[in-house]
Design a protein around this ligand. Structure first.
Ligand code: BGC
Ligand code: BGC
Length: 649
């Protein structure tokens, strides 16, 4: 039965292809109307029967699809470029919200309705194939105001806690599924080798094994939600391959400002690439990761989106990846200025879905031309569509295409915030603790707090928070800044003074200065100079003059160069980008919990030392060694000053 249908369809296809190849006119005019008629799809069709095995459902559905419908499945547009009606008209397989693709009021209710709008239309198409909506929930469902914002991956790397990371995956999936969003472009499984890269914080670590362990725990958690909801969620291991290995200065991209490393060129040999970057993908594939996103970057001058050897032979062949490969945002366009050639190269290299993101009609037209010209085979199209459909069936989207109201109250719930708070506590790395500066007594008589990070949800959360680049002044419902957490922790008899610049009157036993980076994302955050800003340095020196013990907390997406200021403070804490739960910081500062975090990246002494990591610093000592090695982190039992070497003169 199935075979018969497929033969008839193949014949029909052959005829339509012959017609299409008659001339460009027909192609441009070729109707986007479906060839399958609604009447032919009865509700007892194999693909509609959830009791049937996934592969049988896939084959049945595929056999009913026109070329237009197949190409539609391979197309993903960004939400601001496509209406729900257009999505259905072109049979789009997917719509995404990019970093700035937020809904207008940005509440969970509005997101749920918004995604449902696309889904309703998709389900009206003759075959009724549900669309899969995708977002970058790289530290919680961070598009939504009121969602739980977990620490960015660099902080999770410092926790060394796969069980915790698994739970964060589960919690994130729940918050997304509430809105009917089953696809996350996360986790980043990059193994960043140069912290000047603006995506360092998206990576768990510079260490391959740590990245592998934590990213796989995340995928496992994200893709399996306990206490059942009927629809599952799918993760993305990205960016394939070697996105954390590009050489400083090789990027030619310029968005907002010229990039330095992001989207640049990687120059390692294949053995090195395999040992540094491939293990996380091997493990992700073992954990049945739903999708893999190709990297914008190049390897020895060839764009990864065009790398058939790595995508088809290695990922799909050698590693046995059964999910689908999605391009990065307009990544295919970067292969060649001739768009048709670019598309042909990427699809033939093994990219299954194109994150277009804007001009999806052009992509669809070019795909049709390429198929008609024999530049892309029917077999390649079928392989891509099979992979995408299989994912949709496995998720349960055909049966449960909408948001799950039972999960709405998990969004920003107490339980999820407690989990995030635990993650914050475990992510803090104590770099120095002289004079027993930490922990601080809750009933201390006076406490001075300074620094532009002390009361900034934007700095606490970093990029990919509400918007793509993040924002210093962002307001997040239900969140707690470090200053607010300090206020609710100290005793009623403590006098607290807050002055951002550290210009205090009088004196205090203890001062806390919160410094660090303003938010950024991707190559916009590529930086050559990782020293603290003049503003941060003066907040530290100003406060120092008024306090007996000074504690500096750094909020940053990577280790910063702090050598010149290191002796000015008695204690230093690296807090990374902790997210919405500032109490996680005070839990440890005030001694309710111990410091347990360990560096997931090597900490440089100077800009001149960059790039420095465990791979290139092995065996280096004294001033050649990092200021703090990978794995460093003090406990807070008493003072454990590091041996200070003055390397500056
Ligand atoms: C990033 C991806 C992201 C995509 C969609 C790209 O610019 O490189 O990591 O998933 O945008 O927002
Ligand atoms: C989008 C991001 C995307 C970036 C790349 C932004 O406008 O929101 O998702 O990664 O553009 O240029």
């Amino acid at each position: 039965m199935i075979i018969k249908q497929r033969t008839i369809l193949s014949l029909a296809l052959l005829i339509s292809l012959t017609l299409l190849s008659c001339g460009a006119e027909e192609i441009a005019d070729s109707s986007i109307a479906p060839t399958a008629t609604s009447a032919s799809i009865s509700n007892d069709s194999i693909y509609k029967d959830s009791g049937r095995p996934v592969d049988a459902r896939v084959e049945d559905l595929l056999s009913r699809m026109s070329l237009d419908e197949k190409i539609g499945q391979m197309t993903q547009a960004e939400n601001n470029s496509i209406s729900s009606e257009e999505g259905a008209k072109y049979y789009l397989g997917s719509v995404l919200s990019g970093g700035d693709g937020i809904s207008s009021t940005n509440t969970i209710g509005e997101w749920t309705d918004y995604v449902k709008g696309y889904q309703d239309q998709a389900l009206q198409t003759p075959l009724g194939i549900p669309l899969i909506y995708g977002v970058d929930s790289v530290h919680g469902f961070s598009h939504v105001n009121g969602a739980t914002i977990f620490p960015h991956n660099i902080g999770l790397g410092a926790t060394r806690n796969p069980q915790l990371v698994k739970k964060i995956g589960q919690a994130t999936a729940q918050e997304m599924l509430a809105a009917g969003i089953a696809w996350n472009f996360s986790p980043v499984v990059a193994v960043p080798q140069d912290i000047r890269w603006g995506r360092t914080y998206e990576g768990f670590s510079e260490d391959t094994q740590l990245v592998t362990d934590l990213s796989s725990a995340y995928i496992e958690g994200f893709q399996t939600i306990p206490n059942g909801t009927d629809v599952m969620a799918g993760a993305t291991a990205k960016h394939y391959l070697g996105d954390g290995g590009t050489k400083f200065g090789t990027s030619t991209q310029n968005i907002i400002r010229p990039y330095l490393l992001d989207q640049g060129n990687m120059l390692y040999d294949e053995a090195t690439v395999r040992s540094l970057f491939l293990p996380a993908y091997q493990s992700a594939v073992k954990n049945d990761v739903m999708s893999v996103m190709t990297s914008f970057s190049s390897w020895n001058g060839t764009k990864m989106h065009a790398n058939k050897h790595m995508i088809t032979d290695v990922l799909k062949g050698e590693l046995g990846f059964k999910g689908f490969v999605v391009s990065d945002w307009g990544g295919i366009d970067q292969i060649d200025s001739d768009y048709q050639k670019a598309v042909m190269t990427a699809i033939n290299a093994g990219v299954d879905m194109n994150m277009v993101p804007y001009d999806y009609v052009r992509f669809i037209d070019v795909m049709k031309k390429a198929v008609a010209a024999g530049d892309i085979s029917q077999a390649r199209i079928d392989d891509a569509v099979r992979r995408i459909l299989r994912a949709k069936f496995k998720l349960g989207l055909f049966e449960h295409p909408y948001g799950d109201p039972a999960l709405t109250n998990t969004v920003g719930s107490d339980a999820h915030r407690q989990l995030a708070r635990q993650a914050v506590r475990e992510s803090l790395v104590l770099l120095k603790n002289d004079k027993d500066a930490l922990p601080i007594a809750k009933d201390i008589s006076t406490l001075f707090v300074a620094g532009h990070g002390a009361d900034s949800m934007g700095m606490q959360s970093g990029g990919w928070t509400i918007t793509w680049q993040g924002n210093d002044d962002v307001k997040l419902m239900g969140s707690t800044s470090i200053l607010e957490a300090i206020k609710s922790t100290i005793s009623s008899s403590t006098t607290l003074k807050f002055n951002e610049t550290g210009k205090f009157d009088g004196a205090s036993d203890v001062g806390i200065v919160v410094v660090g980076e303003s938010p950024y994302a991707e190559g916009v955050g590529d930086k050559q100079d990782l020293r603290l800003t003049a503003e941060d340095i003066s907040a530290i020196t100003n406060t120092r003059a008024h306090v007996k013990k000074l504690i500096v907390i750094i909020l940053s997406g990577r280790p910063m160069v702090i050598t010149d200021q290191f002796q000015d403070a008695d204690a230093w804490v690296a807090a990374w980008l902790p997210g919405s739960e500032g109490e996680g910081v005070t839990d440890v500062l005030f001694g309710d919990y111990l410091f347990t975090g360990k560096l997931s990246y090597s900490w440089p002494r100077s800009n001149a030392q960059l790039p420095i990591n465990e791979n290139n610093s092995a065996g280096k000592t004294g001033c050649q060694a990092p200021l703090f090695p990978f794995g460093y982190g003090l406990g807070n039992a008493g003072s454990q000053a590091i041996e200070w070497i003055n390397c500056l003169n």
